[in-house]
Design a protein around this ligand. Structure first.
Ligand code: NAG
Ligand code: NAG
Ligand code: NAG
Ligand code: NAG
Ligand code: ZN
Length: 480
């Protein structure tokens, strides 16, 4: 940077300060800051107020992406998941994971506490599946969460392969006594997951003895993907597991040739009584309105395969990292920043539901609820649910993320854990990342640290920290 520009920059900064009486410190990106500063003098109201955070946003971004905190959220996640491993609801590992995070956040200097929750305790046990006819082939399976097991000798039955619920209805008379294999094509996670969630009860209604469901993924290297499933009340509970895309397609092709398929399925799965667990809460207290909160969150539990690094170790870590960044810079927001690491999200947002019922009396004090549970890949946009007036504010806030190229505000903030708050009108935000590979790894042995990238996690942490800090520090809460 030539000294002439430095001088010009300093001159413009002084001029701006005189004009607006807003104070901000010079940054390292002189020209763009100067241009933005000259723009700021003509901005009014909320745009001007938010633009006043341009500099602090840059300091947060610099620390996370280029400074001393570089790679920190990745390193923390690697240490956590390599040490603890998977953290399925009800497991000893989940308990250890909660203790680990509690201690780590206390050591980091945050204000940490645990809130008790009762959570489901389903155990997989041993499981296996084998095609016996028309030839012997072992099938990779993962039982689905909440599934019952088979009798000890297993279930040996002929297979009916269908591609949809419609086809199952049309061929209902063929289903009695059979193992129904669903070979539904992948459309989108949101649509196709219905087969995992409701396949067992739909098959049981037409007399099936078990179901094997094609994994909900657009891509597979013979990987089964587990997940939660729901038995419908009053319908017989039959064992249900997912199989790979490859094996589902194989059995479909064999069935199309009119050949008989027989499968042997053995599952020890069972549900034990609920156990005690905790939502883990860490805070930086607001100096002016400590009772008003901005929530940052991810879930600490995972499935019992892989490492639970992507789902949702990454979301949990950036929600901690955001507070670390703000604390390291000595920033004190007006309102409280509250990081919540939910328990038992995979069982249907159990920890978050309980949190909502305990705290909904203070609903009017919840400024913004944020959740990252779609992977911590390269961030591309912030997703937001809230009133038009709140959206206007958030549109200004995301402009502060220009240095990391995340300036888009999209519709539909999402997350199982924040949805109860959004339903009652609390503004909600989530991180849209370059997640095209998310469902390749989701709920499978492939969900490991190898999916994570330190640079991407830095960008996610920076975005998370800037949005949370600025919203928590504005004069007013987001309009409802
Ligand atoms: C200044 O404001 C104008 C009009 O709103 C906008 O097009 C331009 O990108 C802004 N420049 C900077 C550096 O913020
Ligand atoms: C951060 O991680 C990247 C990728 O592993 C590595 O190349 C870089 O040296 C690391 N930087 C620091 C400061 O640790
Ligand atoms: C609700 O907010 C009040 C302060 O306004 C606080 O004392 C109380 O602990 C909060 N209750 C819950 C359940 O968060
Ligand atoms: C933002 O985009 C610009 C232009 O494509 C690129 O040079 C820069 O490296 C990007 N910044 C980050 C943090 O990705
Ligand atoms: Zn998740």
């Amino acid at each position: 940077m030539a000294w002439v520009w430095r001088l010009l920059f300093i001159f413009m900064m002084l001029w701006t300060v005189c004009q607006s009486h807003l104070h901000f410190a010079p940054s390292s990106r002189e020209t763009s800051a100067a241009a933005a500063a000259s723009n700021k003098t003509v901005k009014t109201g909320i745009a001007a107020e938010v633009a006043g955070y341009t500099d602090v946003a840059k300091r947060i971004i610099d620390l996370a992406v280029f400074g001393a905190a570089r790679n920190r959220s990745y390193t923390r996640l690697a240490d956590f998941t390599d040490t603890i491993g998977t953290r399925v609801s009800g497991s000893n590992n989940l308990d250890m994971g909660i203790k680990y995070m509690y201690n780590a956040m206390v050591k980091d200097g945050l204000d940490v506490h645990l809130e008790p929750v009762k959570i489901p305790h389903w155990v997989r046990g041993k499981e296996s599946a084998q095609m016996l006819l028309p030839r012997t082939k072992s099938l990779a399976v993962l039982g689905l969460g909440s599934s019952v097991g088979t009798p000890p000798e297993g279930i040996k039955a002929e297979v009916l392969v269908v591609q949809s619920f419609e086809e199952l209805k049309q061929r209902a008379s063929e289903a009695t006594g059979k193992i129904v294999v669903f070979n539904q094509p992948f459309v989108s996670y949101g649509k196709t997951v219905a087969y995992r969630a409701f396949g067992a009860s739909e098959a049981a209604k037409v007399g099936a003895v078990a179901t094997l469901i094609r994994s909900i993924t657009p891509f597979s290297i013979n990987s089964p993907h587990t997940g939660w499933q729901n038995y419908q009340d009053g319908v017989r509970r039959i064992p249900t597991a997912c199989i790979t895309v490859e094996d589902a397609e194989l059995m479909w092709r064999i069935a199309q040739r009119g050949q008989q398929i027989v499968v042997q399925l053995n599952m020890e799965a069972k549900t034990l009584p609920d156990v005690g667990s905790f939502n883990t809460v860490a805070e930086i207290r607001g100096w002016q309105h400590p009772n008003q909160v901005v929530v940052l969150s991810g879930h600490l539990d995972s499935w019992d395969v892989g490492q639970g690094a992507m789902d949702d170790g990454g979301g949990a870590m950036i929600s901690w990292e955001a507070l670390s960044l703000i604390k390291d810079l000595g920033l004190h927001p007006r309102r409280t920043l509250r990081t919540i690491l939910w328990t038992a999200e995979e069982q249907g947002g159990v920890g978050a539901q309980q949190y909502f019922s305990l705290h909904k009396g203070n609903m009017s004090n919840f400024d913004l609820v944020m959740e990252s549970d779609l992977g911590t890949f390269t961030p591309v946009a912030l997703q937001f649910t809230g009133s038009d007036a709140a959206r206007k504010v958030m549109e200004e806030v995301v402009k502060l993320l220009a240095p990391i190229n995340v300036t888009k505000l999209e519709d539909n903030g999402e997350g199982t854990d924040i949805s109860p708050w959004m339903k009652v009108g609390v503004p909600g935000a989530s991180l849209h990342t370059a997640d095209s590979r998310y469902f390749w790894f989701h709920h499978s042995e492939g969900d490991t640290m190898s999916v994570q990238d330190p640079g991407d996690m830095d960008l996610c942490s920076a975005a998370w920290a800037v949005v949370a800090y600025v919203v928590a520090d504005l004069q007013d809460m987001l309009p409802r």
